[in-house]
Design a protein around this ligand. Structure first.
Ligand code: ADP
Length: 260
């Protein structure tokens, strides 16, 4: 059972001369694998007890008349925080799955039109009384080979972020188009924007521009890490442009060979 991982680099340093450096990265690779397995196992094990806690909290909150009124608010807060924990575990598990499985057999023919129509509606529901204007624009070929559930997670993370980080009544546009370079989705908002020094780090797990706001916007801090991994698995890439106070554009680019 020899599982050795090698990393190599070849440098050309003269006509016909090459230098090849080979490095044994087995240990690093194994440690990284242990980290991934550990996170996936812990997330999985925490799910069941948390489901029980949430279940009982819901039962207690349903017994409205019998409940001592002083208990209502603390119970509601417990329920809210427990739900956040559930969302976090769900995202951690999804991320673990994205990092470990490379199963192209799950791929199917996906039409993003109904997918994006759904996501637009969900984003509108998330906005609720905040009244964002959410527009969906679709041009060109909407069919590609991919994993529908993963694409849904990625696109909805981008759409929900656009709503979360855009003030009330703001504009959010989901724009899908295809050309000879492939298929593209841009999620455009006129919200708070992001300062340039943060842009390269946004897809790191738990990286947040404004940690004080994180608890009120209710995200898990894993959204963009998920987006990045989904795109990697589809040979796509994420492009982020933003101007503070003016808004942001998150674009997903899929290569032409993905199109169906
Ligand atoms: P979170 O759960 O915090 O939203 P994400 O990974 O989805 O986690 O995003 C990471 C950070 O990137 C956010 O905390 C926020 O600071 C910033 N961000 C993401 N999308 C936008 C956006 N559309 N406008 C401004 N900032 C954004």
């Amino acid at each position: 059972d020899l599982n050795v991982q090698l990393q190599y680099a070849i440098t050309r340093y003269g006509p016909g001369d090459r230098l090849m450096v080979v490095r044994d990265v087995t240990r690093v690779h194994n440690l990284e694998q242990m980290r991934k397995d550990f996170v996936a196992n812990v997330s999985h094990e925490l799910r069941t007890p948390l489901t029980v806690v949430v279940g009982y909290l819901e039962t207690l909150l349903d017994m409205d008349d019998e409940l001592n009124p002083r208990w209502k608010r603390p119970l509601q807060q417990m329920q809210q925080q427990a739900s956040r924990m559930q969302a976090l575990l769900q995202d951690l598990l999804l991320l673990a799955r994205l990092e470990t499985s490379d199963n192209p057999s799950e791929e199917e023919l996906v039409d993003v039109r109904p997918l994006l129509e759904h996501i637009r509606k969900d984003a509108e529901a998330l906005s609720g009384e905040r009244g964002h204007h959410i527009t969906l624009k679709i041009e060109g070929n909407t069919r590609l080979h991919g994993i529908e559930g993963e694409l849904r997670s990625a696109f909805s993370n981008l759409a929900f972020n656009a709503v979360k980080y855009t003030p009330d009544q703001g504009e959010v546009t989901l724009h899908w188009w295809s050309d000879d370079k492939g298929q593209h989705l841009s999620v455009i908002d006129n919200g708070v924007g992001i300062a340039p020094q943060h842009i390269n780090r946004l897809t790191e797990r738990f990286y947040r521009v404004d940690t004080s706001r994180a608890s009120t916007t209710g995200g898990t801090g894993l959204g963009l890490a998920i987006v990045k991994h989904v795109l990697l698995r589809h040979q796509g890439r994420l492009q982020i442009t933003s101007v503070p106070e003016r808004g942001s554009t998150f674009s997903c680019h899929f290569p032409p060979n993905r199109a169906a």
